[in-house]
Ligand binder design. Sequence first.
Ligand SMILES: CCCCCCCC/C=C\CCCCCCCC(=O)SCCNC(=O)CCNC(=O)[C@H](O)C(C)(C)COP(=O)(O)OP(=O)(O)OC[C@H]1O[C@@H](n2cnc3c(N)ncnc32)[C@H](O)[C@@H]1OP(=O)(O)O
Length: 192
Amino acid sequence: MSGTRTALNPPDGSRAPVRHPDAPAPGDVLGGHYEGCFGCGQEHGLRLEIRAGDGVSVTAEFTVDPIHQGAPGLAHGGVLTSALDETLGSLSWLQRVIAVTGRLETDFLRPVPVGTVLHLEARVTAVHGRKIYSEATGRIGGPDGPVAVRAAAVFIEVKVDHFLKNGRPAEIDAALADPDQVKLARAFEVNP
Ligand SMILES: CCCCCCCC/C=C\CCCCCCCC(=O)SCCNC(=O)CCNC(=O)[C@H](O)C(C)(C)COP(=O)(O)OP(=O)(O)OC[C@H]1O[C@@H](n2cnc3c(N)ncnc32)[C@H](O)[C@@H]1OP(=O)(O)O
């Protein structure tokens, strides 16, 4: 695994992230990108409601329920990583690009008990070509509480074709039949 951290460090020539002029205002709820999403769909999964923050940042609160357990009474690490992944993924809204996770590294610093509200915050740190570098934290006890989990990631910008080519036809057809979904995807694609 030597050199893996290097992939999470923005290379020379990276630029600062830019908040799109039409990005939602700080404090606005972003809304999900797809109702079937495990992270932001509101009918199943983590049901994350993510808000725009300042600059290219977002916040969210995730309540750890009994279905999220790994060890008795404690959150599963993979579930916490999913919450971080979704929060990081939603940074796309503020840049008006579509991006998927290329690499995601999580540090688990404290156990997270069932019933905890995890205060999530994510921000883009740099952009290099299609690579978007970002970081996230999950704090317990409040937005300024101790960090329980943190992540560093590289997201890779893609076009709508990524989903059309790789997704399962049933869900793709349903998404294409949903004018809001198509509008959303196209808006992101044509407004860099
Ligand atoms: C009209 C209806 C249609 C529906 C529309 C829906 C809209 C939905 C909106 C928003 C969805 C967002 C969903 C968010 C959900 C939360 C986030 C997730 O969990 S996403 C799922 C997990 N991630 C994957 O499944 C990626 C799987 N991987 C891939 O598909 C490819 O590997 C991909 C696209 C990431 C890269 O493949 P390449 O062929 O396009 O590009 P290459 O040339 O390999 O890489 C480009 C640059 O990126 C670097 N790169 C690629 N992978 C990297 C990695 N793992 N680590 C570091 N750098 C990496 C490369 O070194 C290269 O850098 P250099 O330009 O040369 O400097």
